[in-house]
Design a protein around this ligand. Sequence first.
Ligand SMILES: [Zn+2]
Length: 459
Amino acid sequence: MDLVIRDGTVVTAGSWARTDIGIEGGVVAQLGGEMRAAEEVDAAGRYVLPGGIDAHVHLTPSGSGPNSWRWVDDFDTGTAAALAGGVTTVGNMSHPDRGETMAEALARDGADGEASSRCDFVLHPVLMDPSASEVASIEKLAAAGHTSLKVFLSFRRFEKAVDGYLEALRRAAGAGVLALLHCEDIAVIDCCCAVLRDEGRTHPRHYPESRPVAAERAATERAVAFAEVTGCPVYVVHLAAAAALDACRAGQRRGLPVYVETRPLYLHLSRERFEEPDGAKYAGAPPLREREDVAALWAGLAQGTVHTLATDHAPWRLEQKLDPALEAPDLRQGVAELETSLPMLWWAGVNTGRLSLHRFVEVTATNPAKLLGLYPTKGTIAPGADADLVVWDAQRTRRIDGGEGRSRAGWSPYDGWEVTGWPAMVLSRGEVVARDGLLTEAASPGRGRLVPRGPTQRL
Ligand SMILES: [Zn+2]
């Protein structure tokens, strides 16, 4: 063996055992039994988990030039943050520029990621224009390993071409493609923003009213209907409201392939944050919701109606978030979460007993691996699987300081929070890429690979 991890408590979605893991050629070669290696890691008293799979991030392609509306992390810095936080695979949204096809955007972003990503990645083509040729390309993209498709119900262009998008979902269904749907209704949002402007209530504290639960619920109900009529499995990204989760649960009860992602922001923070003087920094789409919504998401994670945790890592510098020129309807949305997502979930979920160890593994690794068509190469610990592993120190406490993190954001919404449960060591395809929160030399830009995917798997 190249490396053996001794004596850790190895946890998967379905089992746990105190055992040794033998790694050879970047994959798990053996679990338990006699083995010897040049390098040994003592994991006694620690957990060994599958590396995190964050299905939803926004890393700006390098070379896209200075642009005040581009997120501040690229593959280099974004995946540095990911590895430091125990995430070994990211799913990046591949946004075509104006006039660019999905295939062209994927080629551009794929080359960029292969050149500068520190961890493995997949790309989600964003369908901006449901023209006949773009819709016809879905099967070809799926055959090339891009078995997901992102659609924004929150864009005006969606309302103008719903029929084209539904045709796209029909094609996606036949090609084993998962539809990732941003569920906020643009007509409702526009109406709410008009009301706020008419009433002169455009201060950032009114941000939640610009994108209310009604917008999220309406679009989510539509997404469930889309799954029903097209047969396409739908994955509701960054669900925030209990009412939207109710809509998904109703669909799930009817046997529809409706999957739900939530995001750390919605598990750890609630709406009253917008009353703070710098409340604009918490803006995401959807906005932070009420405490009852937070409780519903935790219950959904524990019960299985919420299937994955993903960050929607979309970082900005603090001065960009707090830009005084921005009013409630046009705040910059998104925060940096890749480095803190897993420790925060562990601390607030596993440590409090709200989430079992197995559910932690399921929502952070196994479920995203299945839905994205990566399982069982990724998302579990088994012979033949990639040796993407996290040796987890459940005792370690650290104070979050985004200024010291790898994201160019330079701040975290959780700055100053004391969090217990951090990665002691992170391995990507058998290479030790992080130790005690610090990247190793092996974690170099360009070592990450664009992972080819199979069809989406149902949960
Ligand atoms: Zn997003």
